[in-house]
Design a protein around this ligand. Structure first.
Ligand code: M6R
Length: 615
């Protein structure tokens, strides 16, 4: 979840690296660092707690302003081993300060290696797993060529890593090493960039080499050579890549999250239009033949966080529209469960970033057992798009706030359409019904935005200041509104740091009812299925009978439920399967305003990062 950026070429590197790092801060922002080899072949390193702004300030403060070079590397960190501090910030150096290393990933056997290196006399200054790499290179470079030293180091380390290494001894070279964690080179005639994500250098070049798994590159000023972990030269293709990076900024919005919430209608419309207009490309990208679809018995969804919730909602689409047995899995659980291969099960990995480590590893597991897979992601240049059998792209545009908003509603829209395409091929829905589905999505997008507008003033002036005082909440949903409740709760925890317990409402009387009191507001998310609605109404009565404070998100005709509410948010009736889409915008806004009252760092909540590229 950290990011690495490196440069070797004709120009000075510092500006290029700092710019690249600033674009990758979404991957981690608790500390940052930069190192370069100066023209006098001296290694120089600056680190700071905080993000790139703090690093820039530190460079100025330390009067290191003049420090630059043709070769350098940088890092933004999301702590795994050791707290967020300057000491634990990357780059890490060896005892002699002649080798510098930055790392994204986890070295699993670092404790063993550290002990061994300490016995050999190495001194460690950080609590990180990464520092062992600098010391390992220190030793190996005494006797070996650069290439041999890399092979020796990788043979001794276990885990996942994207590493950049440079040393005074081989001051013309930058080394990029990849196992599991993504790493790519940006190619220009007289300079080479290397980074965790193409966004770091996409304004300079769109010619990219994605380093294959278990490979490394020796990058010189004039080019690069790639080798596998057996030391054999390999030639990964140079690809033209697309990247959705935009330097647009927040505009008039106070936070990216607010901007992105308001971009949801556009994200849904763009996703529908893109998938409709590029029908033949879309089918090619999905890589699903009509025969395969006719043979399909099941569809599985795998994801983490918000993407997992999108999969849980899509279960209802697949069951009700495409008549397919469906199940959703959390990627981190799926990886360690027994699963049964079946060519008639299609698995859809859902991930906004397309880089989430648990989801990516689940995908790889399925690919290894020849299970058909598709990736649903928002990033066309992501690892998942490259690795899955087929893919489906949402058009949410770049999402910067850590809390996922528009990516989520775009995922749901794409999954709703996917269910209809499958159903159409199976002969379950007509062409007209498919067109209607698109229309219903447009309507849902409209309602989502209108609902925010309708309650905006009430939430800002009254509801958010009132509810920001509560320490705990209980969120309830049933049927398709249960995953919606889970998603809403995730937002409240993530950006407002308020504890929420979420249940399918039917579970209330099996234990959680004991928690109901006036101090713990209960939020009920209604749904449009008539039978389920009646049950939810019953659950709301159970809460009121125990003096619970009730907040209700419900539909216009659901008067009995609305009448029980202490606070009610009302929505017009839409396609019942799209109820989560219309409700989620308003709850995001509500939660956002609570976080604002509590003065939280909304776009970058504590302890989190946008892209979780470690397990
Ligand atoms: O990029 P992904 O969709 O794979 O990310 C999965 C989760 O890390 C992500 O949805 C996370 O839960 C969000 N920060 C929630 O707002």
């Amino acid at each position: 979840m950290c990011s690495v950026v490196g440069y070797n070429g004709s120009g000075p590197c510092r500006q290029q690296i700092l710019e690249g790092l600033a674009r990758l801060e979404y991957r981690g922002y608790d500390s940052a660092g930069f190192a370069c080899i100066t023209t006098a072949s001296k290694l120089h390193c600056v680190k700071a707690q905080g993000g790139i702004d703090q690093l820039r300030a530190k460079i100025k403060m330390a009067q290191d302003d003049g420090i630059d070079g043709a070769i350098g590397l940088g890092h933004t960190r999301w702590s795994t081993h050791g707290s967020s501090s300057e000491n634990n910030a990357h780059p890490h150096v060896d005892c002699r300060r002649t080798v510098a290393v930055v790392h994204n990933g986890i070295i699993e056997n670092f404790a063993f290696l550290k002990e061994k290196l300490q016995l050999l006399g190495h001194t460690f200054v950080s609590q990180t797993d990464t520092e062992v790499i600098a010391h390992l290179f220190e030793d190996e470079l005494q006797t070996k060529s650069l290439e041999r030293a890399v092979l020796a180091v990788v043979s001794g380390i276990q885990g996942a890593y994207a590493l950049l290494v440079m040393s005074e001894k081989h001051s013309d070279y930058l080394v990029a090493i990849r196992k599991s964690s993504p790493l790519c080179l940006g190619i220009l005639p007289d300079q080479t960039f290397v980074a965790s994500d193409v966004a770091a250098f996409i304004d300079k070049t769109d010619e990219v080499v994605f380093l294959p798994d278990e490979s490394f590159a020796l990058i010189s000023k004039t080019g690069y050579a790639v080798y596998n972990f057996f030391g054999e030269r390999i030639y990964p293709p140079v690809e033209k890549t697309v990247c959705t990076w935009s330097a647009e900024g927040k505009g008039a919005y106070e936070h990216y999250m607010l901007k992105e919430m308001y971009e949801q209608k556009r994200a849904i419309i763009d996703t529908i239009n893109f998938l409709r207009l590029h029908k033949s490309t879309r089918m090619q990208q999905l890589n699903l033949s009509a025969d395969m679809i006719h043979d399909l018995e099941r569809i599985h969804f795998i994801g983490c966080g918000t993407s997992w919730h999108a999969g849980m909602i899509a279960e209802y689409f697949m069951q009700e529209v495409a008549h397919l047995q469906t199940q959703s899995f959390l990627a981190s659980e799926f990886r360690y469960k027994k699963f049964f291969s079946c060519s008639r099960t299609l698995t859809c990995i859902i991930s906004q970033s397309g880089e989430t480590a648990d989801s990516l590893e689940a995908l790889r597991l399925l690919l290894a057992s020849k299970q058909p897979t598709i990736a649903l992601t928002n990033v066309a240049s992501s690892s998942m798009v490259r690795e899955a059998d087929g893919f489906l792209l949402t058009q949410a545009g770049q999402e910067i706030a850590v809390a996922s908003t528009k990516a989520f509603t775009a995922q749901i829209s794409a999954l709703f359409l996917l269910a209809h395409w499958i159903a159409h091929i199976k002969g379950l829905v007509t062409t007209q019904a498919m067109a209607r589905a698109e229309e219903e999505l447009f309507v849902a997008a409209e309602v989502l935005e209108n609902s925010i507008e309708r309650y905006k003033f009430d939430i800002i002036s009254k509801r958010a200041p009132f509810y920001a005082r509560y320490k705990n909440f209980i969120f309830l949903g049933r049927h398709i509104s249960f995953p919606c409740a889970l998603e809403a709760a995730l937002k409240l925890k993530e950006i407002a740091y308020i504890f929420v317990d979420t249940y399918p409402a039917g579970e209330l009387k099996h234990g959680p009812l004991a928690l109901i009191d006036a101090q713990t507001p209960v939020v009920i998310f209604s749904c449009l299925d008539e039978v389920v609605y009646k049950k939810l109404y019953g659950n709301a009565q159970e809460v009121k009978a125990r003096s619970g404070h009730l907040i209700v998100f419900a539909f216009e005709h659901q008067q009995e439920l609305l009448a029980l509410a202490d606070t009610a948010f009302v929505f017009p009736k839409v396609n019942p399967l799209l109820a989560p889409v219309v409700m989620i915008g308003l709850i995001q806004f509500f939660v956002y305003q609570i976080a604002l009252v509590l003065d939280r760092p909304i776009d970058r909540p504590r302890n989190l990062a946008k892209s979780v590229t470690v397990e």
